[in-house]
Design a protein around this ligand. Structure first.
Ligand code: NAD
Ligand code: UGA
Length: 480
């Protein structure tokens, strides 16, 4: 069967659907890409004239949007129209961990995937390739196929048929455009060779042939979960070692450098930090745990669950260190929190270590002043969701928003932010935070004042010369 592909639809205009379709549209100007979402507000942001209003921040995204939007890339809420005309439909909707019911706390909630499949079943015409772009539990393709095939049986529409493929996305936020432009691999799982070739032809425009892998559909689904589990496991491993460094006098950066030189280990993903965040690592590992438990593989389930458990412990450990260093109490003390996003170069805060650490400090009675260059106050308010104990005193005109015992500052370029602070706690590795003038900052703070650097970004000599005490992640020699 020769599959003539002209129209592509993507259901879900989120962190994956938006950038992925933008990249494809820029590489394939002869194809039409319709990105649809039930969230009309999000669609309006994608269509906003002012590129600063795009719903997600990704370096390089604005340029590509300028090039493609309303040329061959369209954002809308009209699912029916986009599905009807599509030859290929990517399902790129959210698949968070289930909050209640069977499998709650571990398995993925597939209600958005199911709803998407039902929309496809309702409106598709001719032969349609349906692609799982979302990260899904193994054998979800079976569910999608069942929904589509029952639509086919019940349909009065002439000749509708479907091929279901798995094509998981491996982009990381903050480097999404680079990752999409130059992926390590493109994985396509399925059993319909023609459909797999048709999908691969899109990628082949810019991705070298040898990077496009064909597998069976279940391997593709499992490879995505496994990939995230391995990456997260490395971070939990190095974070566990950071705790050993701190009590033995070793330095985790030196240990990382030394082990990373072993070509069998490799140097990437060995930066110890405040604990991994992001919308996917935890959810995908828990999904794997659920799968293992379902098949009675208790030891396998326990092994992977420990990666998440140690991450939770590690985040708690950091807030406890702050409290201990500040003489066992942070009650009523002003602490400046630098960074709220789960990593630099994104506005995403999902599962950010900053949420747990700030909540712990708020519970201890601290007054937090939070700054992140891309996260806004209302997002932080949503994430902290904590009843304020009392109002922060010492507020001044530079603080543009205030909520209970935490405050938000849009800018970091005002030395008064640090006035009367007992500590500065760095939780995200934004470039801006590397350039701070610690001598000026120290003069504003309450001595003995502390800098807690969970991302290893400060210049230690500058901090020390300013007379500040410094704690760095995994540094056994830093305690002053
Ligand atoms: P997201 O929450 O940013 O976006 C999902 C979008 O889907 C939302 O805008 C939502 O309104 C929309 N949606 C839900 N149901 C819909 C429906 N029935 N019809 C139309 N639109 C609907 O999620 P995301 O971060 O883009 O992740 C999407 C999937 O990709 C997840 O499975 C995730 O695990 C996976 N993934 C994410 C990343 C990442 O970096 N965020 C990377 C690789 C894979
Ligand atoms: C991760 C994977 O890297 C992507 O391949 C995958 O597609 C994506 O999940 C997904 O499925 O959602 P992402 O979560 O966007 O991407 O970002 P990462 O760069 O992986 O960082 C995840 C977390 O680990 C962040 O909190 C980051 O600060 C932390 N991290 C990362 C470390 O603490 N140390 C490191 O060395 C690397």
């Amino acid at each position: 069967m020769d599959l003539n592909i002209k129209n592509i639809c993507c259901i879900g205009a989120g962190y994956v659907g938006g950038p992925t379709m933008t990249m494809m549209a820029s590489k394939c100007p002869d194809l039409i890409f319709n990105v649809v979402d039930i969230n009309e507000k999000r669609i309006a942001s994608w269509n906003h004239k002012d590129l600063l209003e795009l719903p997600i921040f990704e370096p390089g995204l604005e340029e590509l949007i300028t090039k493609t939007r309303n040329r061959n890339l369209f954002f809308s809420s009209n699912l029916k129209k986009a599905i009807e005309s599509a030859d290929i439909i990517f399902i790129s909707v959210n698949t968070p961990t289930k909050k209640k019911g069977l499998g709650a706390g571990k398995s993925s909630d597939l209600k958005w995937v199911e709803a998407s499949a039902r929309e496809v079943a309702k409106y598709a015409r001719g032969h349609t390739i349906v692609v799982e772009k979302s990260t899904l539990p193994v054998r979800t393709a079976e569910v999608i196929e069942k929904i589509l095939n029952s639509a086919k049986r019940n349909s009065k529409r002439e000749e509708i048929s479907f091929s279901v493929l798995s094509n998981p996305e491996f982009l990381a936020e903050g480097t999404a455009i680079k990752d999409l432009e130059n992926p390590d691999r493109v994985l396509i799982g399925g059993n319909n060779k023609n459909a797999m070739i048709a999908l691969s032809n899109i990628y082949r425009v810019w991705v070298p042939e040898e990077k496009i892998l064909f597998t069976n559909i279940w391997s593709s689904e499992l490879a995505k979960l496994t990939s995230n589990a391995f990456l997260a496991q490395r971070i939990s491993s190095i974070n566990a070692i950071s705790a050993i460094c701190e009590v033995t006098g070793a330095d985790v950066r030196e240990v990382s450098r030394a082990i990373g030189k072993d070509s069998r280990i490799g140097s990437k993903f060995l930066d110890s930090g405040p604990g991994f965040g992001g919308s996917c690592f935890k959810k995908d590992i828990l999904n794997l745990v659920y799968l293992a438990e379902y098949f009675g593989l208790t030891e396998v389930a326990n092994f992977w669950e420990s990666v998440v458990k140690i991450n939770n412990w590690h985040q708690k450990r950091i807030s406890e260190i702050v409290v201990k260093k500040l003489f066992g109490t942070v009650s009523n003390k002003k602490l400046v929190i630098l960074g709220f996003a789960f990593k630099a170069n994104t506005n995403d805060t999902r599962e950010s270590a900053a949420i747990t650490i700030c909540k712990n400090l708020l519970n201890e009675g601290a007054n937090l002043l939070i700054h992140d260059p891309k996260v806004n106050a209302s997002q932080i308010k949503n994430d902290l969701n904590i009843n304020p104990k009392k109002s922060v005193e010492n507020s001044n005109s530079s603080l543009n928003e205030k909520s209970g015992n935490w405050e938000f500052s849009k800018t970091i370029h005002n030395i008064e932010l640090f006035k009367d602070a007992y500590a500065v706690i760095i939780l995200t590795e934004w470039e801006d935070f590397k350039k701070l003038n610690w001598t000026d900052i120290a003069k504003k703070m309450v001595a003995p004042a502390w800098v807690f650097d969970s991302r290893s970004i400060v210049n230690i000599d500058e901090v020390r010369d300013a007379g500040l005490s410094l704690w760095r992640i995994g540094d056994g020699l830093e305690d002053q």
